[in-house]
Design a protein around this ligand. Structure first.
Ligand code: DAK
Length: 264
């Protein structure tokens, strides 16, 4: 399938990459791109061969420089609602994907761009990346979950400072506050992300899915309820051939080879 504003690649090792591809507008999110993203995520969710998804931006300057301000400026209330629906639908699908998703932030990740990265499981960034939620400078607030995901990740005080000032922070600062896991030279970014993606892709699918689901669901509830969820997720893993293979491989002093399917 052809996409106008996205590039989509899949490789034999089960790693797929979506590249936001509007480099002349620093990959800003217009309604059409958000619609494409939502449709592509539906396809990815159904594709059992994809083990890990990477998101990145085309060109050297930007991951995503936020919502397309040209479109935003012209929106009436109804068009704003349509934009919000498309965006929130895409971001919810991203967070709900069963497979791990890594953001490879290669430049500006502003507004909706930071929010997309925050909806991924974790972020690696190039040294030149800049993060920020500048919505306040446009007279609005983050609308793709930034007011919710950022405080959960970095703490309320740091999130409030970023959202209320709208100031950008460097990749190094983002690493310091725990928003970003790793910062590398721009030329090394995709290599590092793919190395981690391949390491994850070799793990058992049932355990990966269970771990992601229980972490995401557990953060929304109290500790005791989260631990109860963990018990069920653990039991599901024990019922899978992956647990048999993983423990047997250890005892046989060999590397575990997990099958690609769920219940093979
Ligand atoms: N939208 C449209 N075009 C953009 C853009 C954007 N967000 N960001 C950059 N561009 C375009 C520029 O207009 C310029 O186009 P030409 O003039 O060449 O045609 C080209 O990309 C290169 O940008 P610059 O010339 O500005 O490049 P610089 O290196 O000088 O500056 C910059 C880079 C990233 C600092 C600067 O471009 C910038 O400040 N960009 C805007 C960042 C921003 O404020 N983004 C929007 C955040 S607000 C909602 C949910 C979510 C949202 C909204 C609603 N609902 C639920 C309804 C999200 C809102 C946001 O994301």
């Amino acid at each position: 399938m052809e996409w106008k504003h996205l590039l989509f690649e899949t490789a034999d090792d089960g790693i797929a990459t979506i590249t936001f591809n509007r480099p002349k507008a620093l990959n800003a999110l217009n309604a059409e791109l958000l619609g494409e993203l939502s449709s592509l995520l539906d396809i990815i969710a159904q594709d059992e061969a994809i083990r890990v998804l990477i998101l990145t931006g085309a060109g050297e300057k930007a991951f995503v420089a936020g919502a397309d301000i040209n479109e935003l400026a012209k929106c009436n209330a109804l068009q704003g609602k349509c934009f919000a629906n498309r965006g929130q639908s895409a971001i919810s699908k991203l967070q709900a994907l069963n497979i791990p998703v890594i953001a490879a932030v290669n430049g500006y990740a502003l507004g909706g761009g930071s929010e997309i990265a925050l909806a991924c499981d974790f972020i690696y960034a190039s040294e030149t990346a800049m993060f920020g939620l500048p919505e306040i400078t446009l007279g609005i607030i983050p609308g793709f979950g930034g007011t919710q995901r950022l405080p959960r990740l970095v703490g309320i005080n740091i999130a409030k400072e970023m959202i209320l000032t709208g100031k950008m922070i460097s990749a190094a600062e983002a690493r310091e506050i725990g928003m970003v896991n790793k910062v590398v030279a721009p030329a090394d970014l995709m290599g590092e992300v793919k190395k981690t993606a391949r390491s994850i892709a070799q793990k058992g699918k049932v355990a990966l899915r269970a771990a992601k689901q229980v972490i995401n669901a557990g953060i929304e509830v109290d500790l005791a309820a989260g631990c109860r969820m963990e018990i069920d997720a653990f039991a599901l893993c024990m019922a899978s051939p992956d647990a048999k293979e993983g423990t047997t491989a250890f005892l046989e002093k060999r590397k575990a080879v997990f099958k690609a399917g769920l219940m093979e």
